[in-house]
Design a protein around this ligand. Structure first.
Ligand code: SF4
Length: 476
């Protein structure tokens, strides 16, 4: 598996992304569109907040009883002829799927949208084994054609305009240029249909796994998840351990909120319920079905009482749409398959301390917490991870300038414990800087403070005034 990029790489990629005005325009347009649709469907559904409460409660309960639920799910799936494989890490999951594909003589693997297979870098492993892996979700298909990774967990090609995609199709397929979404979609559809008809192996993710009934649920809009799971003779579903919920009746709460926050729809076009391979007498479905259940650092998140809440995530992507950082730098700058606020929490736990800088990529404004359909307190968890970093639990190699700034902040924190020193220094700064101020503000500051005034003015320090003695209390 590729090494996780360093903090310095993140600073470089985010600086480049902020300077890319075209990218920012696309991100702002797409995020605003998402949020408008969400506001509309939320307004016509008064029970939305009650459903959020229910979803939070159900997920928290499921994570607390994960071991029992996974045992129940496994026994139900096996009873219906599925093979269940528990993968400790990404390599385990990858090897299992690649070996299986080789044993079945697979030439082409069709993939439904799955962030978990992105996490384990399945496509690269299949390609190395000489097997074609074709993404069949339109957005994923587009980014795969460009040799990129998704830049959003719901809208993989959010960083591209329809003109970009038109040009891509002309370059790749030699067709006449068009930027009409209907024509572009029809082109992708006809190419993918042909691939589906010949594919011998299908892989998809899983949105929910119901322990009570042993049912896997896939929620999508294009029908490619359904085709990937039913047309090939061998089908593999890949899920993180946290996807399990206890009861079938729990599902309705998630279906009410997931589509609304993810895509601004009341319900997605396809909701597939998969209960095993084709049975005797049935015409459709795969002859063989495997379920790969992935841990890859999730158990260690459960062990941390603050962090475990992040496993409630249903990957709706809404926290990315409202995040002021994501909206300025986009998904690729994070260098993680999971970008945005929730990605900044889960990436260090899935990819190790190399990604430990990501919890610092947040203003802690709280917009993510407000929109999250399962009410995850994202800012609190980010602060918790920052605290863990400060205790030396996950040391990070910061770029030199950041390390200097952090040392300065630590010194300031020490000094701020002595009010007299702070007052004396404040008075001194007020006196020295007074001649340089215009209308009460400094336009340029010396040394490292210059980074502040590069972008905004700084209010002139005022001399400390002794506070007036507290007024005497009136007699009671
Ligand atoms: S943290 Fe919440 S808002 Fe963000 S992707 Fe997960 S469920 Fe959606």
């Amino acid at each position: 598996m590729a090494e996780f990029p360093k903090a310095r790489d993140f600073f470089e990629s985010s600086r480049a992304a902020v300077g890319d005005h075209e990218l920012r325009r696309k991100l702002e347009n797409a995020s605003a569109r998402h949020l408008d649709h969400f506001a509309e469907v939320k307004a016509e559904f008064p029970a939305y907040d009650d459903e959020r409460d229910a979803a939070h409660r159900i997920k928290t309960d499921a994570i607390a009883h994960l071991d029992e639920l996974l045992i129940e799910l496994t026994s139900k799936l096996e009873a219906r002829g599925c093979k269940v494989f528990f993968a400790q890490d990404a390599a385990d999951a990858r090897d299992y799927i690649v070996e299986l594909a080789k044993r079945r003589g697979a030439k082409t693997v069709v993939k439904g949208k799955s962030m978990t297979t992105e996490e384990i870098e399945l496509n690269g492993a299949l390609e190395r084994a000489g097997i074609d892996a074709v993404e069949t979700d339109l957005g994923e298909y587009i980014v795969q054609l460009r040799g990129e990774r998704p830049s959003h967990i719901i809208t993989p090609a959010i960083h591209l305009s329809k003109e970009d995609i038109g040009q891509l199709f002309t370059d790749k397929f030699g067709i006449e240029y068009t930027a009409e979404p209907e024509k572009l979609t029809a082109e992708a559809r006809s190419r993918l249909r042909a691939i589906f008809l010949n594919a011998d192996f299908g892989v998809t993710g899983v949105n929910f796994a119901i322990a009570e009934t042993g049912t896997l649920v896939i929620v999508e809009n294009e029908g490619n998840g359904r085709l990937s799971s039913t047309m090939p003779e061998t089908f593999v579903a890949v899920m993180g351990i946290e996807k399990v919920i206890a009861r079938l009746e729990d599902l309705s709460h998630f279906l009410e909120i997931l589509a609304r926050t993810a895509t601004g729809q009341k319900l997605t076009t396809y909701t597939s319920f998969i209960t095993g391979p084709r049975r005797e007498g049935e015409l459709d479905g795969p002859g063989e079905m495997h379920v790969v259940i992935l841990d890859n650092g999730r158990s260690s998140m459960i062990a941390d009482p603050v962090l475990r809440e992040a496993l409630n995530c249903i990957r709706c992507g809404a926290c990315l749409n409202v995040c002021p950082i994501y909206r300025r730098i986009g998904g690729h700058a994070y260098r993680s398959v999971y970008p945005g606020p929730i990605g900044s929490i889960i990436s260090p736990n899935l990819f190790g301390s190399a990604a430990g800088y990501l919890p610092f990529a947040s203003t802690l404004c709280g917009a993510c917490k407000d929109i999250c359909p399962v009410k995850i307190d994202i800012p609190r968890i980010l602060l918790h991870l920052r605290w863990k970093e400060s205790t030396g639990e996950h040391p990070i190699r910061w770029p030199r300038a950041i390390e200097r700034a952090r040392r300065g902040a630590r010194r300031f924190a020490k000094m701020a414990r002595h009010p007299r020193t702070v007052r004396a220094l404040g008075n001194f700064a007020a006196m020295v800087l007074k001649p340089f101020a215009h209308n009460g503000y400094l336009r340029r500051m010396p040394g490292p403070f210059g980074n502040w005034t590069k972008y905004r003015d700084f209010p002139r320090p005022r001399p400390h005034k002794r506070s007036a003695p507290a007024p005497e209390r009136p007699p009671s």
